[in-house]
Design a protein around this ligand. Structure first.
Ligand code: FAD
Length: 298
């Protein structure tokens, strides 16, 4: 390790682990080690880390719940920042809705919303991400997206500058946003007040639909490919006969063809081989290019 790289964590109050296996931090349960795995204490700590990484040209990436990431088998160089400290799990309540920090997991966000009589976010039920990852990815389901609820987002850029962006300054798109150039620190969500039995039913229905259509019996990263305009990626993959196709333990789910599951000690290489096979056959048969929804960390 060079001297400059050695020095960057001297002032850090959070935790640093070297060669931390990322398979432990992704829902796929796949992936080699992170050179440095850091859990900062608070925003000040994060800021000094970001500035040190920037000045010393050390690559830095943010990990949420790891539910939309495939980490390659040899692992990743640089710093992986996990916003999992207590500071990044704060939730506060406003008359117009809820402000949640990036490390709050969506199931907790939904639970707290219900407890405080807020509704409008039920469609997020069953998505296993964090607020930071979900806002950056514009996570959604059943025709609705988290970006629709966002009032403002507080971000840090990769020079350590903090700013608050109002809704009109953010461009959300299908499974993405222009927030990818920032670190999402927190978001204020506009929710409706006065929960009724209708919303309780909606929540149960969303859970039931998910149970019926998605594969949660094995580790996965959710949908592998984005839906092409006006089409369903899962349907195209199913029509190509891929359900149950298995490469060394990486298997196309029999329940949902756009899920690749880690059925038995699959590697990232196995998942990527299966992805390439699917992309080639769908392209050949239907002329449609499938683009990954998951982020691949190399
Ligand atoms: C069983 C299952 C079901 C799923 N169902 C759905 C679904 O219905 N709809 C849907 O949209 N998704 C779904 N997903 C995918 C995933 O849960 C979402 O994309 C989620 O929003 C990702 O959040 P995360 O915290 O896990 O992000 P991660 O997977 O940790 O990261 C994803 C990306 O976001 C970036 N990121 C994370 N945190 C931050 C931050 N604070 N600031 C800036 N960038 C950040 C990462 O660098 C990475 O590029 C599903 C996944 C699983 C495993």
């Amino acid at each position: 390790m060079s001297k400059s790289v050695k020095n960057w964590w001297r002032s850090l109050r959070g935790k640093v682990n070297c060669q931390e296996p990322l398979a432990l931090h992704t829902t796929f349960k796949i992936g080699g080690p992170a050179q440095f795995f850091v859990v900062p204490d608070d925003i000040k700590d994060l800021r000094s880390l970001v500035i040190a990484a920037h000045t010393q040209k050390i690559p830095l990436r943010i990990l949420g719940a790891g539910s939309n990431i495939l980490v390659c088998d040899k692992g990743v160089k640089g710093i992986i920042v996990h916003l999992a400290g207590r500071y990044f799990k704060k939730i506060s309540y406003r008359s117009c809705g809820i402000e949640a920090y990036a490390g709050v997991v969506l199931p907790l966000f939904l639970q707290r919303s219900r407890q405080r009589g807020f509704y409008g976010a039920e469609f997020l039920a069953g998505i296993p991400g964090t607020v930071g990852g979900a806002v950056m990815m514009n996570a959604g389901a059943w025709g609705r997206n988290i970006g629709d609820l966002v009032e403002k987002v507080t971000v840090m850029d990769y020079n350590g500058e903090i700013r608050t962006l109002s809704r009109s300054k953010i461009r959300f798109r299908y499974r993405g946003s222009d927030l990818s150039k920032y670190i999402v620190l927190s978001a204020l969500f506009a929710l409706k007040k006065g929960k009724s039995s209708q919303e309780e039913v909606a929540l149960e229905e969303y859970f039931a639909r998910r149970q019926a259509t998605q594969d949660t019996s094995f580790p996965s990263a959710g949908c592998i490919f984005k839906n092409p305009q006006g089409q369903s990626a899962g349907r195209l993959i199913e029509l190509c006969g891929f359900k149950g196709k298995n490469i060394h333990g990486a298997m196309v789910s029999r329940r949902h063809a756009n899920f690749i599951v880690n059925q038995r000690n699959a590697t990232a290489h196995d998942v990527m081989s299966l992805m390439r096979l699917i992309q080639a056959r769908v392209k050949k048969r239907y002329g449609t290019a499938l683009r990954p929804e998951i982020k691949i960390w190399r």
